[in-house]
Design a protein around this ligand. Structure first.
Ligand SMILES: Nc1ncnc2c1ncn2[C@@H]1O[C@H](COP(=O)(O)OP(=O)(O)OP(=O)(O)O)[C@@H](O)[C@H]1O
Ligand SMILES: [Mg+2]
Length: 220
């Protein structure tokens, strides 16, 4: 088997304000593999995913990306390897409208303007957002915001993507788009970790690696 994309080693993180701490002795996440992160409300799933994608820095232990310590990496650098879809997707949208949200992300990566715009339009079409390309992100529904946030992640072509409760509030059609996207990304060799309480997701992906989180302990 190939080397893991993401490794958390003896990682401990405690919120500066609060008593919760997360302990992750050993976690390995691989390209092309699907993992499901399961656990009750408040057990630490979101905290774990924010550690795995570099938003939180471990108090002790380390995050390795492609075998290299990422403790000193900027979020921009980490974002080229690991994408993270927030549980509240509105929190990761920054531009004024849908198209700009994607071209802004694309331009960061250094592609030329035409390539970036063409790729953004392609992705918007695939997710049924092309008609909304000029719409202000403030006027999107929650489901649309979530789809747009996922489009922004895909613009970066990350090797690994973590989705935090991605089916919440999605209707049947939007779920199907999400499942198709997950299947397609896996077939392209992208790795995915999906945090979910949703039985439809758990029943659909019985082949997934299961990572359990309980009371701040990660049992991988
Ligand atoms: N910024 C914060 N400061 C202090 N404590 C926090 C902070 N964010 C979360 N917590 C606490 O950390 C614990 C774990 O939260 P986390 O969001 O990781 O849980 P979760 O497993 O994702 O839950 P859910 O299923 O409800 O999304 C909770 O007790 C929560 O109250
Ligand atoms: Mg959560």
């Amino acid at each position: 088997m190939s080397a893991p994309v993401i490794v958390l080693q003896n990682a401990v993180y405690k919120y500066p304000k609060g008593s919760f701490s997360l302990n992750c002795p050993a976690l390995q996440l691989f390209a092309g593999e699907l993992a499901l992160i399961l656990g009750p409300n408040g057990s630490g799933k979101t905290t774990l995913s924010k550690l795995a994608c570099g938003i939180y820095k471990p108090d002790s232990g380390q995050l390795l990306l492609n075998g290299e310590s990422a403790n000193g990496f900027s979020l921009g650098k980490i974002g080229k390897t690991v994408g993270y879809l927030f549980q509240e997707p509105g929190r990761q949208l920054f531009a004024t409208n849908c198209l700009e949200e994607l071209t802004f992300v694309g331009e960061i990566k250094g592609a030329n303007k035409e390539q970036t715009a063409a790729r953004a339009e392609d992705i918007l079409k695939r997710f049924g957002l092309f008609e909304l390309r000029e719409r202000s992100i403030y006027r999107l529904s929650r489901g649309e915001k979530q789809r747009l946030a996922l489009c922004g992640i895909l613009m970066q072509n990350p090797l690994y993507i973590i989705l935090d409760e991605p089916t919440t509030g999605l209707d049947k059609q939007a779920r199907q788009v999400l499942y198709n996207t997950i299947d397609e990304l896996l077939s392209q060799g992208v790795g995915l970790a999906v945090i979910s309480h949703d039985h439809e997701v758990i029943d659909r992906y019985t082949q997934a690696k299961i990572i359990k989180v309980a009371n701040g302990e990660v049992l991988a």
